[in-house]
Design a protein around this ligand. Structure first.
Ligand code: TYC
Length: 113
């Protein structure tokens, strides 16, 4: 792998013509994998409770939250957002724990994008 130094002939001095091309490359950084957080439908969790979760945990406005909730209600599953692994994991845990505390069966899961 190339380091971040340049390795050409742009320098002047003995044996150098000073005509090289500057080829500085960056140290390699890799993009983190992303994960979809999905909400699952059930027959018991109140619609308003799901909307509240989408607003408070996923930062959606009222209109977006209602859209996602109705999508899940009609299709069985829906996308809440896409996050890095640890953020996705934390949000899934927050949803499941908040639902459990209120005795709703709402389930949430994540999958690699
Ligand atoms: N199906 C639920 C009802 O009719 C509403 C609901 C929507 C539940 C989305 C879960 O992820 C969900 N009360």
């Amino acid at each position: 792998m190339k380091d971040s130094g340049d390795n050409d002939d742009d320098a002047k001095g003995p044996g150098n013509t000073g005509t090289g091309i500057v080829t500085k490359t960056r140290a390699k950084t890799k993009k983190p994998s992303l994960y979809k957080v999905l909400l699952l439908n059930d027959d018991y969790t109140p619609m308003e409770f799901v909307v509240h979760i989408l607003e408070s945990i996923f930062g959606k406005n009222r209109e977006e939250a209602v859209d996602v909730m109705l999508h899940v209600h009609r299709h069985g599953v829906g996308l809440c957002g896409v996050f890095t692994f640890e953020v996705a994991e934390t949000k899934v845990a927050q949803v499941i724990e908040f639902a459990r505390r209120h005795q709703h069966p709402l389930q949430c899961t994540m999958e690699k994008e």
